[in-house]
Design a protein around this ligand. Structure first.
Ligand code: NAD
Length: 298
């Protein structure tokens, strides 16, 4: 399919990522159907998108009229079939679980027309594996966005073993049209970005476990010494400790590389319900900062 033919995008999953992706696509002029499993979640997503667009209006990035138009282009629905049956592109952003995603893609394969391209926002699961749940591995691709999607410029584009050049070029061109910078990485557990960042986070946690430096000290050194906007523990708490734990486990199992072995303290915190910064993760007891009773700067 050519980019000029793209009219309707179905975004599946209205969580942190799906909401941001739907916003960017609607602001880019596309009709969007945003799907989740409950009206309550969709209502929250709608409010988040409106607030985010209001901030864009305040900053002079769009007019009030453009905002209303963009909002009007998003349909919020729990009906997968209705959302997907005439979609030209599906972007999947449901939880990071291989079986759950495969089940969804199998169903989408039945619902969607031949032409529909399937993109997954998975941060770690192998694209070739997910694509094998469908009969269209040539029209299946990894389109890895970053949080918050309306702000972050990078899109990591990953071909599965059978992804066609047409599909790859389509997603690269679309990313550019949406104001993003697409960069290609090869398929493998965690691709480049996720594999890189979880290795760094795991090493910081191990250095803390070995008593080389404290949590606050490590974060300060990384921010002031390397100019990172967040230290590794702040970032781990922001992303979610359960997410990092599961990604490490997956990459470790797939590669056997001990750099990805989940640190013991991380496992303990996750088991105890410390899943990260409660402002990011409702229901979490806290992250490293709360467990070790370190005051947060922000
Ligand atoms: N959070 C991040 O920083 C980040 C960054 C890049 C990629 N990702 C990836 O994006 C995906 C989504 O992550 P998230 O943080 O937005 O998760 P999230 O938990 O915030 O949102 C997932 C949403 O999917 C919904 N859902 C579950 N099953 C569904 C189904 N069958 N049909 C429709 N909706 C369904 C849930 O109700 C939930 O609202 C994951 O694969 C994750 O690895 C996350």
């Amino acid at each position: 399919m050519k980019l000029e033919e793209l009219k309707k995008i179905a975004v599946i999953g209205a969580g942190i990522m799906g909401t941001g992706i739907a916003e960017v696509c609607a602001r880019g002029g596309y009709d969007v159907a945003l799907v989740d499993i409950s009206e309550e979640i969709l209502q929250r997503a709608k409010e988040r998108i409106r607030k985010s667009m209001e901030r864009a209006v305040e900053r002079g990035k769009m007019s009030k009229e453009e905002m209303e138009k963009a909002l009007g282009r998003i349909k919020f629905t729990t009906n997968l079939e209705e959302a997907a049956r005439d979609a030209d592109l599906v972007i999947e952003a449901i939880p990071e679980n291989m079986e759950l995603k495969k089940q969804l893609f199998k169903r989408l394969d039945e619902i969607c027309p031949e032409r529909t391209i399937f993109a997954t926002n998975t941060s770690s699961l192998m694209i070739t594996d997910l694509a094998s749940a469908t009969k269209r591995p040539d029209r299946f691709i990894g389109m890895h966005w970053f949080n918050p999607a309306p702000v972050m410029k990078l899109i990591e584009v990953i071909r599965g073993a059978l992804t066609s050049d047409d599909t790859f070029n389509f997603i690269v061109e679309l990313s550019k049209k949406l104001g993003k910078v697409p960069v290609e990485a090869q398929d493998g557990p965690g691709f480049f970005t996720t594999r890189f960042i979880v290795a760094v986070l795991a090493e910081a946690i191990r250095l803390f476990e070995q008593g080389i430096a404290g949590i606050k000290e490590i974060d300060t050194m990384v921010k002031l010494g390397f100019n990172w906007p967040m230290g590794p523990f702040e970032l781990a708490d922001f992303v979610g400790l359960d997410t990092i734990y599961h990604v490490l486990e997956y990459v470790y199992n797939e590669t056997g590389n001990p750099a990805y072995k989940p640190p013991l303290i991380l496992r303990k915190l996750v088991l105890a319900g410390y899943l990260g910064d409660p402002r990011q993760k409702p229901g979490s007891r806290g992250g490293f900062y709360e467990y070790f009773k370190i005051p947060r700067e922000r």
